[in-house]
Write a protein that binds this ligand. Structure first.
Ligand code: C2E
Ligand code: MG
Ligand code: MG
Ligand code: MG
Length: 276
C-alpha cells in the first residue's frame, strides 16, 4: 500500500514537472518573441546615491518584462529562461545598447549593466561589447559591468584574462551581490575589480543580526584597503543609511531613494535629487 501511495505521488510529481516544463517552454517561446519585437521588454534604471543620499552618482540598468498574459515577470525568472534558450547574450547586448543611449544623456553618471555568467563566457564577449559602446559612441569608462561570482567559477584563469581585458579597455567591473557566494575573499584576492556591491541581505540584517554592522565595517575596510568603491544594495530605511554611512560605505542603492524607473522618469528623479 505504501508502495502504491508512493507511486501515486510519483506520478503526480511527474505530471506537475511536465506542466512546469511546458510553462517554461511557453515562456521561452514568448521571450524569444518579445526579444524580436522588443514591445514588452523594457530597461528600467535605479539610481545609486552618494553617501549623503542626496546625489545620484550612477544608474543600474535592470530588465523588465511585461508579459501579455502573465503580467510582470521578474528578472530572476526570465534570466534563467533566456540562458536556457540561448538568448542571454542577445538580451544582455540589447540592455547594454539601451544603457549606452541613457549614458549619452547623462555624461556625469556611470551606467551599470549586469552581465550573466553565460554571456561573460560567450565567444567574443569582450570584442562584442567593445564594438557596442564604440558604435554608440560611449566611452567604456562610463560603463560599469556587474558580475557575480558565477562568472569566476569554472575557469579562473580565463575569467581573470577577460576581466583584465575589459579593464584595459576602460570598463569598470563591480562584484555584485558581494558576500553571498562561496569564496568572496578568494575572488577578491584573485581578480582585479573596481567596486564591491554588498548584497542586500547584509544591509537588511543591520539592526536585526548582532554581527551585521561588524561584517559590513570589515568589508568596507577591506574594500578601501584595496582601493575599491563600496556600494551597499537594498537600502530601505534611514537607520540602515546611517549605519552604512558610519561604516564608511561610498554609495547607496535601494528603495529608500528610488526603485528602478523608466528612462522617461530619470530627468525628474535626478534633478529633484540634485535640488533637494
Ligand atoms: P541585482 O543586479 O543585484 O539588482 C538589484 C536588485 O535588487 C533589483 O531587482 C532591484 O530592483 C532590487 N532592489 C533594489 N533596491 C532594493 C531594495 O531596497 N529592496 C529590495 N528588496 N530590492 C531592491 P530586479 O530588478 O528584480 O533584478 C533581480 C536580478 O536580476 C538582478 O539583481 C540581476 O542579477 C538580474 N538582472 C536584472 N536585469 C538584468 C539584465 O539586464 N541582465 C542580467 N544578466 N541580469 C539582470
Ligand atoms: Mg546588479
Ligand atoms: Mg546585486
Ligand atoms: Mg542582489
Amino acid at each position: 500500500e505504501a508502495k502504491n501511495q508512493g507511486r501515486g505521488k510519483y506520478r503526480m510529481f511527474e505530471r506537475s514537472m511536465d506542466e512546469s516544463l511546458k510553462t517554461r517552454q511557453q515562456i521561452g517561446a514568448d521571450l524569444r518573441h518579445a526579444l524580436q519585437t522588443k514591445r514588452d521588454l523594457h530597461v528600467f534604471y535605479q539610481p545609486l546615491m552618494d553617501i549623503s543620499g542626496q546625489k545620484v552618482v550612477a544608474l543600474e540598468a535592470l530588465i523588465r518584462w511585461q508579459h501579455p498574459v502573465h503580467g510582470r515577470i521578474s528578472p530572476t525568472e526570465l534570466i534563467p529562461v533566456a540562458e536556457d534558450i540561448g538568448l542571454i547574450t542577445q538580451l544582455g547586448e540589447w540592455v547594454l545598447r539601451e544603457a549606452c543611449r541613457v549614458a549619452r544623456l547623462w555624461p556625469d553618471l556611470s551606467i551599470a549593466v549586469n552581465v550573466s555568467p553565460l554571456q561573460f563566457r560567450s565567444p567574443g564577449f569582450v570584442e562584442r561589447i567593445k564594438a557596442i559602446v564604440n558604435k554608440e559612441q560611449i566611452s567604456p569608462t562610463h560603463i560599469e559591468l556587474e558580475i557575480t561570482e558565477g562568472v569566476l567559477i569554472e575557469d579562473e584563469k580565463t575569467a581573470k584574462g577577460i576581466i583584465d581585458e575589459l579593464r584595459e579597455a576602460g570598463f569598470r567591473i563591480a562584484l555584485d551581490d558581494f558576500g553571498t557566494g562561496y569564496s568572496s575573499l578568494n575572488y577578491l584576492s584573485n581578480f582585479a575589480v573596481d567596486k564591491i556591491k554588498i548584497d542586500r541581505s547584509f544591509t537588511q540584517s543591520l539592526g536585526v543580526t548582532s554581527n551585521s554592522s561588524a561584517i559590513i565595517e570589515s568589508v568596507v575596510k577591506l574594500g578601501h584597503a584595496m582601493g575599491l568603491t563600496v556600494t551597499a544594495e537594498g537600502v530601505e530605511t534611514h537607520g540602515q543609511m546611517t549605519a552604512l554611512a558610519r561604516a564608511g560605505c561610498n554609495q547607496l542603492q535601494g528603495y529608500l531613494f528610488s526603485e528602478a524607473v523608466p528612462k522617461e522618469q530619470l530627468d525628474q528623479l535626478i534633478n529633484q535629487r540634485h535640488a533637494s
